[in-house]
Design a binder for this molecule. Structure first.
Ligand SMILES: *Cc1c(COP(=O)(O)O)cnc(C)c1O
Length: 451
């Protein structure tokens, strides 16, 4: 097919929403390491996780073998209200860059949560409802996950308590209102509603909170409230499983125009969108069918892949969660106050961590002014205002395309545009006014947080 026949947006019909999630672990030779019980140092058994997570989600979490898992009908019905998500050919961006590269992006911002997070939120809320739970708890940082889960919980009529990082709670009042509009209860974290929160407040009364701290509170609240469980929007194997719809659709859409990526680029916070986007391409790599490059892009201010250690660590600040083997900066790590680009989590998905460790994917880190420069360029060219998180992937893709310009190679680049940035305008303001800085942590600072 000649290039000019490829439309600007490739939107598969509703009937092509994937009917099954793809579980990448089934094809990995080295499986991600299991969670450890921090008390005994032994791998967690399913029964030990049941007080925290829904039972079906624990089964998905621990299932390293089933390659394809049927998506229940009620989840599919919901997926069909906003999926398949479009795959865009970035003609305008290509032109602006003057690159011979062909750039595609999978856009996940076409729902009110403004991100891919709804793909897992609706699944997790469904399984919680199926189990007959009275409610669930979670944390949210930038607010997309809280919004997505509030949407999902209201759909299934399930009460939700969201521990929202205090900094976001005060800086993003409209994000808060959106979550409340969908009927969820929000508690700014750290709070006095949990031992973990009270402990942190005692030590740091003025803290603006962190994701790790909000996780501690949400987990504690869930295990101490009858009929409640905790859900998490990233990092976990089950979340990457649900997010595989991104990659499955992207691959099918590319195949529909006889395209296949030479390189797949995604931003990496906890790793869920990237894990989902790359899933079927990594399957091709693992099974020897194709060999695309896979590149994770993370902030220089929170560089878990590129400067972290591959080790067992806690998933939260108060050290009450099981331990996961992952690339981590240490569970106490909090990015510096100047950091505005999201992707603030100290750890990384155990699946992606293992793939990275095994040399199956690459990672780079970017300074935030470069990330916002890419966001501004992309907005002007393509007419979509990206989330700062997504702009990391844009930066990575643009840099690949600029290399093609130098070498004259017409590579095919696919990246994940995970969401929109309407609630992040104070960060854009900083960039536009020239007050954004690029201070990044020193080696000494990072060593101080090591587990
Ligand atoms: C949460 C979020 C991310 C980062 O999370 P991952 O789990 O790494 O995908 C990226 N982009 C957007 C828009 C998000 O909301």
């Amino acid at each position: 097919m000649s290039a000019k026949n490829i439309p600007n947006r490739i939107i598969l019909p509703e009937s092509q929403v994937p009917q099954q999630w793809y579980n990448l672990r089934a094809d990995m030779r080295t499986k991600p390491a299991p969670f450890l019980n921090p008390g005994t140092g032994e791998p967690m058994r399913a029964e030990e996780l049941y007080p925290v997570f829904c039972e079906e989600l624990v089964r998905q979490e621990m299932d390293d073998d089933t390659a394809f898992i049927d998506i229940p009908g009620e989840i599919l019905d919901y997926y069909r209200t906003y999926r398949p998500a479009p795959l865009h050919r970035a003609y305008q961006l290509e032109k602006a860059l003057g690159t011979p590269a062909k750039i595609y992006y999978k856009f996940e911002g076409n729902n009110t949560s403004g991100s891919h997070k709804l793909n897992s939120a609706i699944a997790q809320a469904y399984y919680a409802k199926q189990q007959g739970l009275r409610g669930i708890t979670t944390e949210t940082g930038a607010g997309q996950w809280g919004t997505a889960l509030a949407m999902a919980c209201t759909h299934f009529d399930l009460p939700l308590i969201v521990y929202m990082v205090k900094g976001s709670f005060t800086q993003k009042p409209y994000r808060r209102s959106v979550i409340q509009t969908f009927g969820a209860r929000i508690v700014p974290s750290p709070s006095d509603t949990t031992d973990a929160g009270r402990g942190i407040l005692e030590k740091m009364p003025d803290t603006s909170g962190s994701l790790g701290c909000a996780i501690s509170e949400a987990v504690e609240k869930a295990v101490t409230t009858e009929g409640y469980r905790y859900v998490l929007g990233s990092v976990l194997n089950q979340v990457l499983l649900h997010q595989s719809v991104i990659g499955l659709e992207a691959k099918a859409a590319m195949e529909s125009v006889d395209e296949y990526p030479d390189v797949v680029v995604g931003c990496a916070g906890g790793g869920s969108n990237l894990g989902g986007l790359i899933a079927p391409f990594m399957q091709d790599k693992l099974t020897g069918k194709a060999n695309p490059r896979v590149v994770a892009v993370e902030p220089a201010s929170c560089p878990s892949f590129t400067r972290g250690r591959f080790a067992y660590d806690f998933c939260d600040t108060a050290k009450i969660t099981p331990m996961a083997k992952m690339y981590t900066l240490g569970s106490g790590f909090i990015p510096r106050a100047n950091h505005a680009g999201g992707l603030r989590y100290h750890g990384m998905s155990p699946i992606l961590s293992q793939l990275y460790h095994d040399g199956l994917m690459e990672a780079i880190s970017c300074e935030q002014t470069k990330v916002f420069e890419a966001a501004a360029l992309f907005s002007k060219a393509e007419g979509i205002l990206p989330a700062p998180e997504s702009a990391h992937a844009i930066r990575g893709a643009i840099d690949e395309a600029l290399l093609c310009k130098e070498s004259g190679e017409a590579k095919t680049i696919l990246f994940g545009l995970t969401g929109t940035g309407y609630f992040d305008m104070s960060a854009y303001e900083q960039y536009l006014s020239g007050t954004m800085t690029d201070e990044i942590p020193t080696d000494e600072e990072l060593r101080a947080f090591e587990a």
